[in-house]
Design a protein around this ligand. Sequence first.
Ligand code: GLA
Length: 710
Amino acid sequence: MDSRMAMAMTKSEPASPRHVCLTGGGTLLVLDLCEGERAQIVYAGPDLGAVDPVELDLLSKRQHAPGGPTEPIALSLLNAIGTGHPSPPGLLAHAGGQHWSLDPRIVSIVRSEEHSCTIVTRDEASRICADHTITLGPESGVASFASKIRNEGDVSLWLEWCAAACLPLDESLTRVTSFTGRWASEFQTEMHDLVRGSFLRENRAGRTSHDSYPGLYLGTPTTGDAQGLACALHLGWSGNHRLRVDRLADNTSSIQAGELLLPGEIKLAPGETYTTPMLHACWSSQGYGDITRRLHRFVRTRLPQPDAPRPVHYNTWEAVYFDHSPEKLFALAERAAAVGAERFVLDDGWFGARRSDRAGLGDWFVAEDVYPDGLKPLADHVRSLGMEFGLWFEPEMVNPDSELYRAHPDWVLGVEGLEPIASRNQLPLDLTRPEVCDYLFERIDALVRELGIAYIKWDMNRDLQHPGGQDGRAIVHDQVRALYDLIDRIRAAHSDLVIESCSSGGARADYGILARTDRVWTSDNNDARYRHAIMRGGAHFLPLPVLGNHVGPKRCHTTGRRFDMAFRAGTAVFGHMGMELDLADESEADRAVLAKAIALHKRHRGLIHGGDYHRLETPPHIGGIGTVSPDKDEALFQIAVLEQHPGTQPPRIRFAGLDPDKRYRLECIWPDAMGGEQGPFAGSALIHYGLQMPLTWPDTCLIYHLEAVE
Ligand code: GLA
């Protein structure tokens, strides 16, 4: 049977054998695939129901535009330059200046699983092949695209750019939300209106970066959280990237994303291949909120330990910084356990000569002068208090003032003739050298075994400005792959080990790293007022169980602002809760408030981490989010008053995600004094009319619990 015929499938059996439909999770992809022709996506978006793809062709038929090609040129999966399409090409490669005008055509189509297919294309002149894989998440509806370039020619091929895919974008999606930030101010959202031309985000930080998050949301001018056509894309990659949206004079738009390659970074000898990172995309006709929930569903299924519990953390960083002593840490562990911590994470400063950030990085041996009996007594003490023991590492880096660097000055990345750029007194190690990863694996593996480590905070605290390898070539791509391999190797040796991706807080929080780590440290900024915006921004792509959220000291170390414990603790309840403060510096009354918030988090942890996430539409001085159980019987909402109310009274809060036909009993369960059950009220009234907020001071975080009644 013709392979194309075998591809005709799903509920909307296409009448035309050219068309392939993939459906799943409310998404429809219609591909036009015919041997000898280009691979095209006719439609990518919310499922249209029983539609014949031929109709889509007819509906989108255009007249000849004077001055242009006689026959319209359609966008193809890589929009290679030889096709003549006016959008920027998704594939730029050449063989020493020859064979640059590529135009790959379909050789074969293989459908490997129900929701996925592989399309093999080849440019006959150059013998360059591009294999495309497309997989649709059956529940989330998130589509994942990757391209693999194979050099079947007999001369080397220089690859300058290869997108994971070029996707058509509905022409009404003209509003872009992008995500930017800096250290201690991560996941800021910015909205832009598309003009004719290009919207471009490029990252050369050598890590996912603070300033250019590899994801975008797109909507129409009227799309909101609960209504309207929306789309999101995300590149699952922890290195350099490029995302672009291009809008042409004919009103068509397209999106593409891939790894940004540095000059000469990828050269494919005959027979060699390059595979792009994965581009994940999803669509909804029900607004940005539905997009967020789809992405959350998708991420949850891909985490290495999706069902692992999320123990409440105690992290030592802001309590002791580099000033470690067993006595202090034993006492901290006791105080942490007393307020309800379930995991104790010993942060930076436990190894080598690491008494400041100027020395010792890379020497992964317990500091004997600080811990004369090693770390075992502390780890055992932590466990005797009923907590897991976790440890901080920054494996990819070295201080020049370290034993490791003195022994192996050649193990670092760099570019001959260029002074290394100073950044936190450290240099990146070259992970592509097997001896570097062998050393790191041996050290981490030995410590995990010796100390019974259950959790690693994997940090990475600088950009790679000069990512040159031993032969002088740029090697960010190889460095990222080597990092992934190292983590995979550690995880294979310790299947229960949980790893957090930290990177200065928030600078490596992409879906590539999240296929091998279970948590991200969202931000070093524990300022409870600011944290609401950071969490809200991050949650556009990352579900609450992944986003670390800690109670900080009463005077915030990154902003100098002071907040009471009820606000700090209520803020951290929504996320993977933890704390990062000197508990001895808090009053007994405040420690009791903290213990209550932790107990509240534990009581509702299943709902916070397993429910559907909703952003509430509130005035700008109020932050409102919530999580609703899949059966809509229970919900928890967090309403944070971040500034003074402009009027004499606060607004009514309209709850989202409830069942309009159910009735809910409602209780404000935080802060303590605000208690008292209300209702039951009709779900429709809570959604569309709302509940009058109590009059409170700014920096108050209210938590409402809602339960459906019979
Ligand atoms: C980074 C992390 C912090 C802490 C320090 C330790 O800044 O984001 O949480 O671990 O490094 O040096």
